[in-house]
Design a protein around this ligand. Sequence first.
Ligand SMILES: [Zn+2]
Length: 167
Amino acid sequence: MEALKYLAGYPPHVQARVRELIAQGRLGALLAGRYSQPHAVRSDAQLYDYVQELKDRHLRRSVPLGKVIYDSKLQVMKHALGTHTSVSRVQGSRLKASREIRIATVFREAPAEFLKMIVVHELAHLKESDHNKAFYQLCLHMEPDYHQLEFDLRLYLTQLEVGQARA
Ligand SMILES: [Zn+2]
């Protein structure tokens, strides 16, 4: 049986339930019913504005955003689905840190809720570099359904792979 790589950290009974849904061909419909809202964040410029707007609302005082782009080469799971890079630049005598945020291209086509979840994840890293308690508290502050969305995103990515394997 194939490993469910996006659900590797979840208990066996959860994985078994997901396998059942896949075998019955129901996982896609279940997700489509729950997440039917697309988003209009198509370009890197639109992505930058989207991220900046969420940052202004929740994390106004943290370091300024650097580059924000969709990255087609990004391995989705490499760093919990997105990536964040700290870029330090010397400006005069001051060291100024800004942050680059790269979002895997799969999120361009994903439902609106999943884009928000991944952006919230990356924004929380502006303040917390580890996936610790403070990190998840920040995520929940920006998106109260964060944990459910992260789980469902894992289902969504699993379903995408199932679909590709069958195509
Ligand atoms: Zn992370």
